[in-house]
Design a protein around this ligand. Structure first.
Ligand code: ASN
Length: 581
């Protein structure tokens, strides 16, 4: 089996920079650390900033001192923004994550937190309340005296604001706890009927209450992680001068040509779909669909501003009842202009994911998630395995093999599979799994140059490697495979030349009849390519070689969190037969 590593690095940072960055990241934890806690000093009628939490930077070696100085300055600047709230007179609350990392030596008065009651333990004279607000897997322990009537209304699920003293805790589970002096019940809850009790609840049960499920600590952490991933990706693309765009959700065609589109009609006239001949009665005067991929529109936008990206919902009417498929999911798609080599597209995908992981790795959320203990997240892949996934993603040089070589490799192990590996038939998920596990060695694997006839019409024909002798024509494309989840991304060079594109469309039966392939510029823009006329048009005027990819964003997050089914990764999952609330 021939295996290639990347030939070039598309983006910063280089691997040596990355090593430094990893060291730096420990110092730059300030980015992820809470601001100094703020609490109201009622006696003096002002708000004062208390000491910063004790999280000391680790791994000081490898640090460039000048860079350190720059970062310190940056951190000081950042701190300035917290001076502003000091002028306010209303109480400022701390998030629970901030509070938990705050370990002052002496008692701190008039601290305010707000959140949701996760549990209440009753003792004779005190109630022990576990409070969560989504910022942390760990709860805050609040101790409420019973005799003051303050404990009334403290029920599981209630939204509360607690004011009190932040003191060292005698308990072993936390360094500090709150001795509550005032309880405000902001949103009462009936403990008896609250559907998320403090006991193990199966993922299947939680899926029946998707509107309440986000309140569980793990689901809140998943929301935070998603948000951090988006922030990291946005920064990555901005740093690399990609333009973020908003391609449409309603479209005229099935980009992938797999017939998995949802058709759109107004609720007041669903019947219009049945009467295809009467287009004038249709809302859009023709059939329209929810997008399955924004790629084709991204190609148009890339011809304006160069490299572009988007993170959009896409929809697939696939009747797949698996842990990896949803009818609605988010796809991150990028399109690069003026590139002529599939390796450059793969470099981008690789750098982007690696960079995202490195940025996120030591965030509070990811740290807590990967170091969870006990029963927290017991339905997920164990933290050690998930950590190994992150390490694979952050490693350099993900292997690249051609589809032809992959099939050869699989054929050497044919006895292990239910389906025989056959060149013309594509890879089954058992094959993808095997490749990911045995070729990747913990890293994701690019499989390239698939047979032309099993791939989409828009892919550019040819081989990335001139020395490959494949059994038939191939296209310049890749699938990115990881263990367990198999394919998480796919991309290709696009056919940017008019004639070969029209030929490919004919081969795929996308259109019937003759095409107008004139390049004289006076030809009508319609190419008799039906709903894809406009896409053909893009090839008429100034279409540079280009390529791109799409990543199943929710699948990627599943892999990085160890969530076993994509239905538990997405807050409101939709799949064949299910679209709750
Ligand atoms: N933008 C892309 O290349 C994604 C591709 N159209 C897909 O749906 O897999």
């Amino acid at each position: 089996m021939r295996m290639r590593m990347r030939s070039s690095v598309f983006t910063t940072p280089s691997s040596s920079t990355l090593r430094v960055m990893r060291g730096m990241r420990s110092i730059v934890l300030a980015h992820h650390q809470p601001p100094p806690p703020l609490c109201k000093d009622l006696d003096q009628g002002r708000i004062s900033r208390r000491s910063i939490s004790s999280s000391s930077p680790r791994r000081l070696e490898n640090i460039d001192l000048k860079e350190l100085e720059r970062l310190t300055k940056e951190a000081e600047e950042r701190l300035k923004q917290y001076e502003e709230p000091l002028k306010r007179t209303v109480p400022l609350h701390m998030s629970i994550a901030e509070c938990l990392r705050w370990e002052p030596e002496s008692e701190e008065d008039n601290v305010v937190v707000q959140g949701y009651v996760r549990s209440v333990r009753g003792m004779k004279t005190y109630r022990f309340v576990s409070l969560g607000d989504g910022s942390s897997l760990a709860p805050l322990q609040a101790v409420v005296p019973v005799d003051t009537n303050q404990a009334e209304g403290l029920a599981i699920g209630a939204a509360v604001r607690l004011t009190g003293k932040w003191v060292a805790s005698p308990g072993a589970s936390q360094s500090h706890e709150m001795q509550v002096t005032q309880v405000d019940i902001l949103g009462p809850s009936d403990a008896k009927t609250f559907p998320i009790q403090k006991k193990y609840q199966t993922p299947e049960y939680l899926r029946t209450i998707p509107h309440l499920r986000p309140r569980t600590p793990i689901n809140a952490a998943l929301l935070k992680m998603r948000s951090e991933a988006v922030a990291a990706l946005t920064r990555f693309f901005a740093d690399n001068h990609f333009t973020q765009t908003h391609p449409p959700i309603l479209t005229s065609s099935d980009c992938e040509g797999a017939g998995e589109v949802f058709t759109v009609a107004p609720a007041s006239n669903v019947a219009e779909l049945a009467d295809e001949d009467n287009k004038s009665k249709m809302f859009f005067r023709n059939k329209k669909y929810l997008t399955v991929s924004t790629q084709l529109h991204l190609e148009a936008l890339a011809q304006s501003v160069g490299n572009v990206w988007t993170l959009s919902p896409v929809f697939r009417a696939e009747k797949s009842d698996t842990a990896r498929h949803l009818s609605e999911f988010y796809m991150l798609e990028a399109e690069m202009s003026f590139v002529n080599d599939l390796d450059e597209v793969m470099d981008l995908a690789e750098d982007m994911i690696r960079n995202m992981c490195i940025t996120m790795y030591e965030s509070h959320t990811v740290y807590e998630f990967l170091n969870r203990e006990g029963r927290v997240g017991s339905d997920l892949v164990p933290p050690e395995e998930v950590k190994a996934r992150w390490e694979g993603m952050m490693a350099d040089d993900w292997p690249r093999i051609t589809y032809t070589d992959a099939i050869e490799f699989l054929q050497e192990h044919a006895d292990k599979f239910e389906h025989k590996p056959i060149w013309t038939e594509g890879l089954h998920s058992e094959h993808e799994k095997f490749i990911a596990e045995h070729v990747g060695d913990g890293k994701p694997v690019f499989v390239t140059d698939y047979p032309r006839d099993i791939k989409a019409f828009y892919m550019r024909e040819g081989q990335s490697l001139p020395d490959i002798s494949s059994p038939g024509p191939t296209v310049q494309c890749f699938d990115l495979l990881v263990p367990d989840l198999c394919e998480i991304a796919g991309g290709s060079m696009r056919e940017h030349r008019l004639e070969p594109l029209l030929e490919a469309m004919k081969r795929h039966n996308i259109v019937a009849g003759e095409f107008t392939s004139s390049m004289d510029g006076n030809a009508p823009t319609g190419a008799k390519a039906g709903p894809l006329d406009w896409y053909v048009d893009l090839r008429r005027w100034g279409c540079a070689p280009h390529g791109g990819f799409g990543i199943g964003f929710d699948r990627l997050l599943c892999y990085l969190t160890g969530v076993q089914t994509i239905r538990d990764m997405v807050s409101f999952p939709r799949w064949f037969g299910r679209c709750d609330c």
